[in-house]
Design a protein around this ligand. Structure first.
Ligand SMILES: [Zn+2]
Length: 387
């Protein structure tokens, strides 16, 4: 028998890998893979294009339908410029809290899920516990979709997916979706006294940003749907958070770059919103090209996260209610991979230990009591799968 690591021992190992999104996660993936192999569970990798990162999935128990997916991400946000009281890459327990980068978001949950695997093996579950570990979640949930698609294709269909983002072990059954673009408006430089002969990238960008303002006004004025009413604010928002461009007050700007994001309420389609924006860019670009054919509006899609729509009689929701006794419902304003699992046809919810307020902070921590509640959840889940 391999040594059975406690959840805390596994957490110590996971946090020691500094898996910041900009770097590779393969050391962590190697460790997880050999840990699973020691329990006779084969893992499968889904690499990114450059091969320096991988998602990993595995299934413990019989290859039958009706299992449960436990899903987490391996990456964490950077610690650069943050003031930490102890080494962020070493789990340090103080005052009933486990300090360390990723303890809360979300290596705590991943450690619990991994610790549940030997439990499932030893208990002889009748339905499988499927384990999913992604990368680049912190860059806009870009790493998970190929893994989810492969799981859907190759594993017997699980009846529920639990995405363990910090929710204080409360049931979260909805979140907004989102997508973002970098927009590069290419104008044409002339002396500003000759304005009609040039194209100011800044002034054309302003048209697109004004289009966003108009949509916000329109959305705010619309009647609130039942699902949207759960959210704050209860409508889709469009936002630009960064812009740069131009060289002098008297030159029409050759370039303007800005970033824009949509946060889309369930019931509206992220792709429809993206298509409306692309159509507006095409319209503005055509007018620019009529002045100077070399002018252009170039779009670079940064991320896409589908909304998590609250399900009617959802299997994942029923499971989490059964295991936690939580009868409330909650929606959150941050996007997660739960929307991506749901988009692949899985019943999905968010439920995990810790408070999202701790995520990404210096001195990030997970309360020991939350970690213990998460472990009770895993024990109850294995028992449920054994029935
Ligand atoms: Zn997270």
């Amino acid at each position: 028998m391999p040594e059975q690591l406690t959840p805390r021992q596994i957490l110590d190992r996971l946090v020691a890998f500094p898996t910041v999104s900009r770097g590779s996660n393969l050391d962590l993936v190697d460790w997880v893979e050999s840990y699973l192999a020691s329990w006779g569970v084969a893992a499968h990798r889904v690499y990114n294009e450059t091969g320096d990162k991988a998602a990993l999935y595995a299934s413990a128990g019989p290859a039958v339908e009706g299992g449960v997916i436990l899903s987490g991400h391996s990456d964490v946000v950077p610690v650069d410029g943050q003031d930490w009281s102890s080494d962020p890459w070493t789990v340090t327990e103080r005052d009933g809290r486990l300090y360390g980068r990723g303890t809360c978001d979300m290596k705590g949950f991943v450690a619990l899920a991994l610790a549940a695997v030997p439990l499932a093996v030893q208990r002889g579950v009748k339905r499988p516990l499927q384990f999913a570990l992604s990368y680049d979640e912190e860059l806009g949930c870009t790493g998970a979709p190929p893994m989810i698609a492969e799981m859907a294709r190759t594993l017997p269909r699980a009846s529920a997916a639990v995405i363990g983002e910090p929710s204080r072990m409360k049931l979260v059954n909805g979140h907004k979706g989102g997508t973002g673009f970098w927009v590069h408006v290419k104008g044409f430089e002339v002396h500003s006294s000759l304005l009609p002969e040039g194209v100011s990238a800044i002034m054309e960008a302003a048209r697109l940003i004004q289009w966003m303002n108009d949509r916000n006004d329109e959305n705010r004025a619309k009647p609130v749907t039942e699902i949207a009413g759960l959210f704050r604010p209860p409508f889709t928002t469009l936002h630009s958070g960064q812009i740069s461009g131009g060289t002098a007050h008297n030159i029409t700007a050759a370039d303007c770059r800005f970033v824009m994001e949509f946060r889309v309420v369930p019931g509206e389609s992220v792709e429809d919103w993206a298509a409306r924006f692309e159509a507006e860019c095409t319209r503005v670009e055509a007018a620019m090209k009529a002045v100077r054919p070399e002018a252009a509006v170039l779009l670079d899609r940064i991320f896409v996260v589908p909304a998590l729509t609250p399900e009617t009689n959802g299997a994942a929701e029923a499971l989490v209610r059964r295991l936690t006794g939580d009868n409330g419902t909650m929606v959150v304003s941050y996007g997660t991979e739960a929307g991506q699992f749901q988009a692949e046809g899985y019943s999905a919810v968010v439920c995990g230990p810790g408070d999202i307020a701790q995520a990404h902070q210096p001195d990030e921590y997970l309360e020991v009591s939350e970690f213990e509640a998460g472990w009770r959840f895993m024990q109850a889940l294995v028992e449920d799968l054994a029935q």
